[in-house]
Write a protein that binds this ligand. Structure first.
Ligand SMILES: CC(=O)N[C@@H](CCC[C@H](N)C(=O)O)C(=O)O
Length: 374
């Protein structure tokens, strides 16, 4: 696949973003591209809306895993691309269109010229939520094909094309989703004293949550509490009897997630009394930190140093990734690939430079050809 073909694939995928476990068009598209490849060494397995593609090795001693996530986000695209999302309200705003294209490009090369070891390409659904990695790891098919080492990349909008970064140890944070429902007594806007306003309770709670990191946690700990969505009410002159906030908790230390949850629950008890309401908390899906194996990072850095790419030592990021679950069971690593976009991840105008597609394919192929399973 040359650069033009990679660009076509990326744009095709960009048009059809689908959220976690609904990636049916994406799966069909990936299958159609894989069907065009040399099938001699390939075996393709479907898992839910994802795919596992095994490239049989020439003299296998083990299996190298490479994972790409395939889901989009519920964001309305605000670019003027001619290949804009055709799915209203959804966008590949986290670069998974790049991740899939790079995986297809590397798979195509490996299908023509396998390495000694088996290689397992994992096209994983639902990274943004509710999390595809954990159920995949528990599946019978994955247990049968389980690789001995594994790696993955994530696009980095703030880094120029031709640059990669990573680090040993924690790269991405521990995360927990956060969904909080408020239920009280609504009523007429003109009679607030007869109601218990859930829009007011929820908005107060959002502000209160921001005191957790600044006042309830050791300042040395890394932590984030973000509320990304608030909903409540039906019309301007009715005091709402319900409201809902949705957010995420991120920490460097897995134990700090529990500390933050305890603080949220304490605040909730107080709010139930002071706002005469019922509060239900749901922590949705929780991701384990991405923890890179030091020896694989050493190998990867030397592979990068022998290429034309520029290496940077990464800092820890408070992004989450369910790839952390793979790394909890299988040694390996994740790295950032520079894609040079003015707009960042999860922004409606994310505009990664497509030159990074070939760069990504080259470094993934090169890594598969040179990495040694410990
Ligand atoms: C790389 C990236 O942006 N990942 C997502 C993962 C989401 C995890 C979960 N849905 C949550 O919000 O806690 C991220 O938002 O960091």
């Amino acid at each position: 696949m040359d650069q033009d073909q990679l660009v076509t694939i990326r744009r095709d995928l960009h048009k059809i973003p689908e959220i976690g476990f609904k990636e049916t068009k994406t799966q069909a598209y990936l299958l159609s591209k894989i069907a065009e490849m040399d099938q001699t060494h390939l075996t393709v397995y479907k898992w839910e809306t994802g795919l596992l593609v095994k490239v049989n090795g020439k003299e296998p001693k083990g299996t190298i895993g490479y994972r790409a996530d395939i889901d989009g986000l519920p964001i309305t695209e605000d670019t003027d691309f001619p290949f804009q999302s055709e799915h209203e309200g959804y966008m590949h705003a986290c670069g998974h269109d790049f991740h899939m294209t790079i995986a297809l490009g590397a798979l195509n090369r490996l299908s023509k010229e396998p390495v000694n070891d088996h290689v397992l390409f994992i096209f994983q659904p639902a990274e943004e939520g509710p999390g595809g990695a954990q159920p995949l790891l528990e599946s019978t098919i994955f247990k049968e094909l389980k690789p001995d080492c594994i790696f993955a990349l994530h696009v980095a909008p703030e880094m120029p094309v031709g640059h990669v970064s990573s680090k040993p140890g924690m790269l991405f944070a521990n995360t927990s989703e956060l969904f909080i429902d408020f239920k009280g007594k609504g009523g007429h806007a003109a009679y607030p004293h007869l109601t218990h306003d859930m829009v007011l309770a929820a908005s107060g709670f959002v502000t209160q949550l921001q005191h957790i990191v600044s006042r309830q946690l050791d300042p040395i700990e890394q932590a984030v509490v973000t509320i990304g969505k608030i909903n409540g009410g039906t019309v301007q002159n009715i005091i709402s009897e319900t409201a809902r906030i949705e957010g995420t908790i991120r920490t460097g230390d897995a134990n700090s997630i529990a500390t933050i949850k305890q603080a949220i629950e304490r605040f909730a008890k107080g709010f139930e009394q002071s706002h005469h309401c019922k509060i239900d908390i749901d922590y949705g899906s929780n991701y384990y930190q991405v923890f890179n194996d030091a020896s694989f990072i050493e190998q990867f850095k030397s592979i990068v140093d022998q290429s034309t790419l520029n290496w940077h030592d990464a800092s820890e990021a408070m992004t989450g990734e369910d790839f952390g679950y793979f790394l909890k069971e299988i040694p390996g690593f994740m790295f950032w690939l520079g894609v040079d976009s003015e707009y960042g991840l999860h922004q409606s105008r994310l505009n990664p430079d497509e030159e990074a597609l070939s760069v990504g394919v080259d470094i993934v192929e090169r890594t598969i050809r040179h990495i040694e399973i410990n």
